[in-house]
Design a protein around this ligand. Sequence first.
Ligand SMILES: NC(=O)c1ccc[n+]([C@@H]2O[C@H](COP(=O)([O-])OP(=O)(O)OC[C@H]3O[C@@H](n4cnc5c(N)ncnc54)[C@H](OP(=O)(O)O)[C@@H]3O)[C@@H](O)[C@H]2O)c1
Length: 317
Amino acid sequence: MAGKKLIAVVGATGAQGGGLVRAILADPSGGFTVRAITRKASSDKAKALAQLGAEVVEADLEDVASLKKAFTGAYGVYAVTNFWEHFSPEKEQAQVRNMADAARAAGVQHVIWSTLEDTRRWVPLTDDRMPTLGGKWKVPHFDGKGEIDHVWRDLGVPTTNLLTSFYWDNFIYFGMGPKKGPDGKLNIAFPMGDRKLSGIAAGDIGAAAYGIFKAGPEYIGKTVGIAGDHVSGADMAAAFSRELGQKVGYVAMEPAAYRALGFPGADDLGNMFQFYRDFNDDFVAARSLETTRKLNPKLQSFDQWLAANKKAIPLES
Ligand SMILES: NC(=O)c1ccc[n+]([C@@H]2O[C@H](COP(=O)([O-])OP(=O)(O)OC[C@H]3O[C@@H](n4cnc5c(N)ncnc54)[C@H](OP(=O)(O)O)[C@@H]3O)[C@@H](O)[C@H]2O)c1
């Protein structure tokens, strides 16, 4: 352990942080050790990380004192919030302030903050192409993150802003996989017209974050956008057709129809896809495949991810 740099990972039992924990543990000669942060060390996911060799420490993003303890002695911190647990940008922002306060108090030398664009820079609240949500947001799970980026800088914490992308894993866990239409044929549906979705295998996010820590100070003070691929709905449907051995179509639904689907967060996601569609050039340009591959040489394209994961994707009727 002596001489190794400790990375404290928030969200270690989750998709992003879990990928980083595994990337660090898979590289024992890489010069880093890892502390996995969770609210519940006795959970199966936390126990699995301990089994792999991670130090597991309890802390809560709502409790700044617990974060200060968990960050003490760390060279680096991976900072992520989970919007989908509470659907509140205000709560996310309070948690980010807690992490920034704790990182400053603990003298952390490099934070990677997992963020997204504040879409209101492109779609101000006065723009009625999409509804304003919660009184002050267009895409709440994006805007709340982007709006609070400054807090790390304000506190003088050396930080890299990591702009993440849509997880391909949503096809497995978020009900976005091919579904049978009334004609019995499989379709995927996104309100994105013919524009491109920037996506990534969730595990590749942590692996890219590891690349950023390994690069030393190179990315401090910078925003790094990552993606594994930029693919249109038609590209994805063609890949599904090839891999599943049956025709999968692409339905370019209207954003308003997506918002009306009614599941929790449908309005937020409908606005998100509309933002991807209407400002596609900016969104894609902010996520360089070349940089992502430099950070994570094992980065998967959509086709590679689908070939490896097709059996796990539920085909709902
Ligand atoms: N799905 C996508 O396509 C996508 C794409 C880009 C960005 N994102 C963003 O990714 C974020 C979620 O990250 P993820 O997918 O890695 O999460 P995840 O797999 O759902 O896991 C959530 C993690 O957050 C931890 N956590 C939640 N609340 C906490 C608290 N109060 N204190 C301490 N830890 C807490 C959980 O730890 P314990 O339960 O063990 O305590 C768990 O490790 C969301 O904010 C979302 O907006 C998602």
